[in-house]
Design a binder for this molecule. Structure first.
Ligand code: GLY
Length: 363
């Protein structure tokens, strides 16, 4: 067994596929399809390399290419512009050229960082994503957002730079800690609320039993999520309009991540809390059926996701003013008129955020 499903991404800059596979077996075939590759640079974390070497080494060596591994440190604090010069120098020393291919093997940090390096080295060389976390499979590896952090903000330096292909080997999820499952699940939940219909009903009916890389239900969620994201980025690659909906829940998430100094929550856990804040605001400002507040709380509980935070409501609202997606002093939200019917760029007053967050604390 290997290929489960392939999903086509069509953007104005590039067309490519996202393949879901049970394992690494068909990775060499995907690399062979990239024309005239001179050498391969695997960007990964040292620990991951140890875990997965037995899977990917034999596959990669069958290509007969010169292969180098470049180790990058995990964690958001290492996805920083200050970490880039040493990597550019290493690529130069190892003889990387315009026909080299970078393979980003890991979670969102590895994907964003490697993609950023690929987009800038020699004015851009080709790269491919091999996501090994649930969050990277369903979100960060798809759609070509690549970035590094600056001292004063997350993902402040980057671009839209699409990969040659995405190869998601789901057996890499076999070693995923519980927290990482939650992290990916909240992005699946986000996509399902934005899509509505059957997909949302499937997610509503599920539970933490899907936190298993062999689960057919999980495979279905991952495929649904990628199909949904493919549909959105194919219509709006560079987030001029529609793609903004993918930031649903993120305004609050960024504020509480920053207020808790990136220590209390993983990104996905913060997103889960943010989805509920946005749902409360959607009920109050867009006429979303109020039963969705309770429904979402139940879904969060079923997947072991947090749904409230103790931060001071006023501080959360003040922090939101720093969000890079704001225009001037107005705080913009993605909200839902109903599941499957999102609206974006909705201005929300600080006082409205404060009362929504207070309401959420008391659920
Ligand atoms: N993660 C949001 C986006 O790719 O647009």
């Amino acid at each position: 067994m290997s290929l489960i499903e392939k999903i086509q991404i069509t953007t104005s800059s590039k067309n490519y596929t996202v393949g879901l596979y049970t394992d690494f077996r068909e990775l060499a075939e995907e690399i062979r399809k990239v024309p005239n590759v001179s050498s391969l640079f695997i960007f990964t974390e040292r620990g991951l390399s140890g875990l997965f070497q037995k899977y990917y080494k034999p596959v990669i060596s069958s290509l007969g290419l010169k292969v180098h591994e470049i180790f990058i440190k995990g964690g958001e604090k290492n996805k920083h512009i200050r970490k880039t010069p040493e990597i550019y120098n290493e690529l130069i020393k190892l003889g990387a050229d315009r026909k080299s291919l970078i393979l980003a093997m890991g979670g969102g940090v590895v994907g964003d960082f490697s993609g950023f390096i690929a987009s800038t080295f020699l004015r851009g060389i080709r790269f491919a994503q091999v996501p090994t976390t649930l969050l990277a499979c369903v979100d960060s590896s798809v759609g070509g957002k690549v970035a590094v952090n600056a001292d004063l903000g997350k993902n402040m330096i980057g671009s839209f730079f699409q990969p040659e292909f995405v190869y998601a080997p789901l057996n890499s999820l076999s070693t995923l800690p519980r927290r990482e499952w939650r992290c990916g699940m909240s992005e699946i939940l986000k996509h399902s609320l934005l899509e509505g219909g059957e997909y949302l009903e499937k997610v509503r009916a599920g539970s933490i039993d899907v936190y298993n890389y062999e689960s057919a239900v999980l495979h279905d969620f991952v495929a649904d999520s990628i199909r949904f994201k493919a549909k959105i980025v194919s219509q709006d690659e560079t987030e001029t309009g529609l793609r903004k909906i993918l930031n649903f829940g993120h305004t609050t998430a960024h504020a509480i991540e920053s207020l808790t100094k990136y220590k209390k929550y993983s990104h996905g856990e913060a997103v889960a809390i943010g989805l509920l804040t946005a749902t409360i605001l959607s009920v109050e400002k867009q006429g979303l059926d109020p039963s969705w507040i309770g429904n979402l709380k139940e879904i969060d509980k079923n997947y072991d996701l947090p749904y409230q935070d103790k931060s001071k409501s006023r501080e959360v609202a003040e922090h939101m003013l720093h969000d890079k997606k704001n225009v001037g002093n107005s705080i913009r939200f993605v909200l839902l008129k109903s599941p499957g019917e999102p609206v974006w760029d909705i201005p929300v007053e600080q006082q409205e955020i404060i009362s929504a967050f207070r309401r959420q604390k008391n659920l």
